[in-house]
Write a protein that binds this ligand. Structure first.
Ligand code: ADP
Length: 545
């Protein structure tokens, strides 16, 4: 008996599987096809006939396995995976049909092609019996070499192709399993390192799995099994829990819900909870997504809110104080002023020049102090409550300019104010803004050129943007912030009159309307003030004049 030893083929070439990405990584290539020789089992009790079969199949270059009886054939099939079996019908003890019946009972050989070889003349029921036992062909000896070789070659080819397809399918399955395992590993390591709690629970809230951060967040002992934990117990308020679950089941997900939860050790924390309902391949629904401890953020927020409230309270108190103080100071100031003038008119004659100049100083200082007190009073009265109504800003500018008649007649002033809108705002407060800004543009005019003032407005997203630009003396950039403070001036009163309250009032008014005021200016290059007045809703009453 010749027992064939399988020989590996020389297939060194690599074949890319279909649809594989063109990457250089070795893992994306399927293994090379194996050029292994196939095995053909020849079963006959007569050595001469076996020799004849071997000679007929020599040209195939496959491994031929010999068995001299049905019993030996079955033994060979235990150790060899064969492509096709040539089975002599007429054998002693166990004939070909009996052998075929036993071969078919083996799971591995349920479908192995069997070619029956018979020396007998065909009797119809003989052939039928052969086919009923799963014969794929029936040939008669003496065999014709070419015919036999061609028939066996077809089955060998089929066997090799099937083997290759199976091998590739196995390789692809292994590769898919490997990738899935790698992915799972990476996901696990990510979840383990994550600082955010990630969990999976069933629909009733019992945990299925949770990462270490989840355990830490709720002070769960790491050795506790997930299924013993019911996440419903972590909610502080039953109302919160029911509300969230109802939203989750209705919408399929919840994004960053802020809710108070209680740890296993009883400590209460603020959490941001995101959940989503997911459905497994078997149709089971579970709850995924994340939980994050936001206690620190919430505490900072609460501290900020209380600080802002405290600040607003103290601001209101200060404003109240400024209002009362300035109001009460007015009376004694009036007294100083009027007694100083009384003194001058009645007793001026009895004083020398020095005495008269002292009295004048008292009068001037009292006047100045009155101005300052008036400024504080008007600042503290400004912006207490914004009373909104439609304001025609073109009309407002026109009336403001009328108030500056003297200044306008002094020099050739060019003023351009087209396209001003009607907007929602406080008429009195906005008048103060235009009065101060236009007044400053006229006051801080450049000594060498005629004043030019351009007032404009454009609608930007959600607001009106006003621009008041002049060609005056300008302001160095380092003072741009300072000039919006109370009593902040860049010049002496001899150079330019004023108390330094105008821009502070503008800032307060604009901010009370929800807008912002900015300046763009350089010395000698004029100044451009810009401010916004938000539009309460996109369809708010506004039009261009
Ligand atoms: P006041 O006009 O009474 O001095 P403001 O608060 O209106 O007070 O202005 C503060 C300072 O800002 C002014 O003293 C001036 O130095 C500067 N300033 C304001 N507007 C202009 C302007 N249009 N051009 C140049 N400087 C200006």
């Amino acid at each position: 008996m010749h027992l064939a030893i399988p020989r590996l083929g020389n297939g060194a070439g690599l074949i890319m599987p279909e649809n594989a990405p063109a990457m250089s990584s070795r893992r994306f290539f399927s293994p090379a096809p194996v050029e292994e020789r196939a095995k053909v089992l020849l079963v006959d009790d007569r050595p001469d006939k076996l020799l004849a079969l071997q000679a007929a199949l020599a040209g195939l270059d496959e491994d031929l396995i010999i068995a001299h009886s049905g019993k030996e054939a079955l033994r060979q099939l235990l150790v060899h995976d064969v492509a096709v079996i040539l089975l002599d019908v007429n054998m002693p003890v166990m004939d070909g049909f009996e052998t075929a019946a036993l071969i078919r009972q083996r799971h591995n050989n349920e479908k192995t092609p069997i070619i029956f070889i018979s020396a007998l003349n065909p009797v119809e029921n003989h052939v039928t019996r052969g086919y009923s036992l799963g014969a794929v062909d029936y040939i008669f000896s003496p065999v014709v070499s070419d015919v036999l070789q061609a028939k066996v070659a077809v089955f060998v080819d089929l066997y090799k192709r099937t083997r290759e397809v199976k091998r590739r399918a196995d390789w692809l399955r292994q590769e898919a399993e490997l990738r899935a395992a790698n992915l799972e590993l990476r996901l696990d390591s990510l979840l383990n390192r994550l600082n955010v709690g990630v969990f999976r629970a069933n629909r009733s809230g019992r945990l299925l799995s949770a990462n270490p951060a989840y355990h830490r967040l709720f002070s769960i002992n790491p050795s506790t099994t997930a299924s013993s934990i019911d996440m419903n117990h972590f909610f502080v308020s039953e109302g919160d829990r029911l509300g969230l679950m109802a939203r989750l089941l209705a919408n399929g997900k919840i994004q960053e819900a802020y809710v108070q939860q209680r740890r296993m050790d009883g400590e209460v924390l603020w959490t941001s909870l995101s959940m989503a309902v997911s459905t497994d391949v078997d149709g089971t629904q579970s709850i995924d997504g994340m939980v994050e401890d936001i206690t620190a953020r919430k505490e900072t927020e609460a501290a900020l809110i209380s600080k802002a409230e405290e600040l607003a309270r103290s601001n209101a108190e200060l404003e109240q104080f400024a209002f009362i103080a300035s109001h009460d100071l007015q009376e004694p100031l009036r007294m100083i002023s009027s007694f100083a003038s009384l003194m001058t008119s009645r007793y001026g004659g009895q004083l020398d020049t020095k005495g008269l100049s002292f009295l004048l100083q008292i009068e001037l200082s009292a006047k100045r102090m009155q101005e300052l007190v008036c400024s504080i009073l008007s600042y503290s009265k400004t912006g207490k409550m914004v009373q909104r109504s439609p304001v025609d800003t073109a009309d407002l500018v026109q009336r403001t300019l009328a108030g500056f008649e003297d200044a306008l007649s002094e020099a050739a002033v060019e003023i351009d104010y087209t396209r001003l809108p009607v907007l929602d705002g406080d008429q009195v407060m906005l008048t103060q803004v235009f009065q101060n800004l236009i007044g400053n543009a006229l006051k801080f005019r450049h000594p060498q050129r005629n004043p030019q003032i351009r007032i404009d407005a454009e609608q930007i997203e959600g607001a009106w943007l006003f621009t008041i630009a002049d060609n005056g003396i300008g302001i160095p950039p380092e003072f741009h912030e300072k000039i919006f403070g109370i009593f902040q001036r860049l010049h002496t009163r001899d150079e330019y009159p004023g108390t330094g309250i105008g821009l502070a009032i503008c800032k307060k008014v604009i901010e009370r309307h929800g807008g912002v005021i900015t300046i763009e200016s350089h010395p000698d290059q004029g100044s451009t003030f810009r401010f916004t007045i938000p539009v309460p809703d996109p369809d708010a009453r506004s039009s261009q004049t």
